[in-house]
Design a protein around this ligand. Structure first.
Ligand code: AMP
Ligand code: MG
Length: 522
């Protein structure tokens, strides 16, 4: 591979405008009166490109040839710091599983710097590039397994139209990392990797919370102003008093969060660790850890074994947890606005926006113009009463004529078992109700399927598909990671020859670690 210069121009407004920790290096410490600490990525032995995202590369202005160069792998493994980069880790706190955890911070994320693009500015961030002051007792590294998952899912979500941080690259480091995958006293060496993520901002609810918890109110205000100026241009331009701006910011974060969660519920995504440090101020999906995709439709499902008892972050609970998290953000902003009333009003508006968004989204999934409460309640009841693959179900539903007497048979491939006659009858009865609703709402049957297929993906990053890509990657074969990315670039399209990627979970994956059970260990 040839060596190519990567001409990226940095414009680091965050580090220029926010106060820095006077100490540098990765010595673990509490960092007060500062938003970040300068720290260099760790050198690794043998960086090797596993995959990159064409669309993300285009965003930052890098060509295919540049992405395939040795320089690229060196830079995005953390081995080479380019001129203009200002590597740093940021300080935040958060509520973990409902409890205030104090200072957390970028324990294994290092921001490299910000660049300006045609679509706005982007922060480049390495995940897994070594320890920072915020690494606490951990090593700041990431394993290939979790990096494949983060890389693929970020781009899959983008192509699904769900707000998310992006992933530019996935580079293996040539070094081994020790992990006790299930926290059961069986640590093993696994290959290490680094993902480069992109977002206009990696600011989390926890950044505001940390400053509020330390009663650093002046800095909280300075930081909030920076965030508004940088990423909420409409609010900055609207003028008004400082209090007005902070309230508007909160209202906007509530709206974006509601829309993001509607997106998750539409495609069957379960984040798995919705701690307040994993909530983006931009309303983007962030921090892909033990996430999972609903296969059989079970609103109580969570992929995260760490949360198996409480199931705080189960699929059906996500809208409510997001609101709880927003309340923590409101508490953090309260010192800046004094009066809690407008913040409370915004929290109520969140609930209304979510509900309306969800209703509209469910109507669209069925190709309807309007929400039909009894019809949709009936459907959710049906989907959860038999093991039904949600993704397969909606695609098949788009194909059938609900008025046909044997229509339910078209749905049989969506089932993991063989539903009995009683269930078949319920489905047929529901299909009649559906037919009635379509007629009442005068839905054009010629365009219904296309409309449904535009919101119901055929291809999602099924848990076992990610695991198959990981299995190969761990053997040094990256073809499957790249093919999976390729399929997930067009999730709503039929892709002849790639049907295997749309297949429901095979039996072997039902109980396999990594497919149905994941831990935070990554
Ligand atoms: P997470 O649950 O992955 O969002 O991480 C929670 C906190 O733990 C964050 O502050 C992370 O930066 C930190 N963390 C997670 N894994 C590691 C690691 N391997 N090394 C250092 N810090 C980590
Ligand atoms: Mg996190």
């Amino acid at each position: 591979m040839q060596s190519l210069d990567l001409s990226l121009e940095f414009d680091n407004q965050f580090t220029a405008e926010m106060p820095a920790d006077p100490e540098t290096g990765s010595q673990r410490r509490q960092v007060r009166a500062a938003l970040y600490s300068r720290v260099q990525p760790q050198q690794v032995r043998a960086p090797r490109l596993v995959a990159y995202s064409r669309e993300a590369a285009e965003l930052v202005g890098l060509s295919d040839a540049q992405c395939q160069s040795d320089d690229f792998a060196a830079v995005f493994a953390g081995n080479r710091v380019l001129p203009g980069m200002d590597p740093h880790a940021t300080c935040y706190g958060g509520h973990q599983f409902g409890n205030w955890a104090g200072q957390l911070g970028d324990g294994r994320a290092i921001n490299l710097g910000e660049i300006n693009t045609a679509g706005g500015h982007l922060m480049l961030q390495l995940k897994g590039a070594g320890p920072t002051p915020y690494s606490r007792s951990a090593d700041g590294l990431a394993v290939l397994r979790s990096s494949v998952r983060e890389f693929l899912c970020s781009e899959a979500m983008y192509h699904l139209g769900v707000p998310t941080t992006r992933a530019l690259s996935l580079v293996s480091t040539g070094e081994m990392v020790v992990r006790d995958m299930l926290y059961d006293g069986n640590p093993e060496e696994e290959p290490g990797a680094v993902v480069c993520r992109l977002s206009p901002s990696f600011v989390r609810f926890g950044h505001f919370q940390m400053l509020a918890a330390r009663r650093e109110h002046k800095l909280l205000q300075q930081f909030t102003e920076h965030v508004i100026e940088r990423d909420f241009a409409a609010i900055a331009a609207a003028g008004g008093t400082p209090e007005d701006r902070y309230i508007k910011l909160f209202e906007e974060v509530c709206r974006r969060t509601a829309d993001m969660i509607v997106g998750w519920m539409r495609v069957g995504f379960v984040h798995g660790v919705m701690n307040t440090d994993n909530m983006s101020i931009l309303g983007e999906t962030i921090d892909y850890g033990p996430y999972g995709w609903l296969e059989d439709f079970d609103p109580d499902w969570t992929p995260n074994t760490t949360d198996a008892q409480q199931r705080r972050y189960r699929f059906g609970q996500q809208p409510a947890v997001a609101q709880w998290n927003l309340m923590q953000l409101a508490n953090a902003l309260l010192p800046l606005v004094q009066d809690p009333e407008p913040l409370e009003a915004a929290l109520s508006a969140y609930a209304r926006r979510y509900e309306q968004g969800w209703q509209q989204m469910m109507a669209q999934k069925l190709g309807l113009k309007e929400f039909d409460e009894p019809l949709i309640s009936g459907l959710l009841q049906l989907l959860s009463s038999e093991e039904t693959d949600m993704t397969v179900f909606y695609r098949l539903l788009a194909q059938l004529e609900p008025g046909d007497p044997g229509a339910w048979q078209i749905l049989t491939p969506a089932y993991y078992g063989s539903p009995g006659t009683a269930h078949q009858q319920s489905v047929q009865a529901w299909l009649s109700a559906y037919q009635h609703s379509l007629q009442t709402q005068q839905v054009d049957s010629a365009t219904r399927a296309a409309a449904m297929n535009a919101v119901n993906p055929k291809y999602v990053l099924r848990n076992y598909l990610a695991q198959l890509a990981i299995d190969d990657a761990e053997q040094g074969d990256f073809a499957r990671v790249n093919e999976t990315l390729e399929v997930l670039r067009r999730p709503y399209e039929e892709q002849p020859g790639r049907e295997a990627y749309a297949a429901k979970r095979p039996e072997w994956a039902r109980t396999r670690v990594g497919c149905s059970m994941l831990s935070c260990s990554s």
